[in-house]
Design a protein around this ligand. Sequence first.
Ligand SMILES: Nc1ncnc2c1ncn2[C@@H]1O[C@H](COP(=O)(O)OP(=O)(O)OP(=O)(O)O)[C@@H](O)[C@H]1O
Length: 212
Amino acid sequence: MHIAITGNIGAGKTTLASLLARHYNWEVLYEAVDDNPYLADFYNDMRRWAFNLQIYFLNSRFAQMRRVLTVAKEDHRSIIQDRTIYEDASIFARNLHQIGTLSDRDYQTYRNVFENMISLVHPPDLMIYLRADLPKLRRQIRKRGRSFEKAISDDYLESLNKLYEEFVRTYRSGELLIIDVNQLDYHERPDDFTMITQLIDERLIKFASRNT
Ligand SMILES: Nc1ncnc2c1ncn2[C@@H]1O[C@H](COP(=O)(O)OP(=O)(O)OP(=O)(O)O)[C@@H](O)[C@H]1O
């Protein structure tokens, strides 16, 4: 089974992915931030680096999807992914185009590459969306203290949030679980984590009964 966590910058995807991987013994695929050769430059000069960064993310997410396919074929272990290829295209790249940071021609090229890639992969069996408002995102971004993320504006986070909401409202490619994380702290409060695993267990039971 392929599970994916989706949500804005600082929503808490990485923490939840690692807690769930440990709890369910799932393989976990993280979004590599430290090794990303463009991210810091991108936050410094978005217009210059937007296309490079989008291509980099698209490729790394596509490589993850290939890993998902391999695991599905060879292994009986489930796999959890921290952010999906769908968000890169429907949220991040789209937003950069909308705000004029990505030109029409670069966006069109990006979309063409994305469409070709997407024809070769499958959406996750379960998508978990972490819904978080601006103050929560801000708190978590501040807490983890990545220096280049200081440049992220409220407007940028808000417009990403709008696109996230539209994305989940129209998402029909698989099972979707929406978790409002504004009042949750599953890292520090075991009860919050248990509440989440109960919601996931219900979906896993549903999935298993459909596939037997
Ligand atoms: N397609 C993309 N376009 C632009 N920036 C992106 C894209 N995908 C990820 N990023 C950036 O990569 C960095 C890492 O992503 P993010 O912070 O969302 O992941 P995370 O650290 O796993 O978040 P979380 O707090 O939910 O665990 C962020 O600064 C984010 O803006």
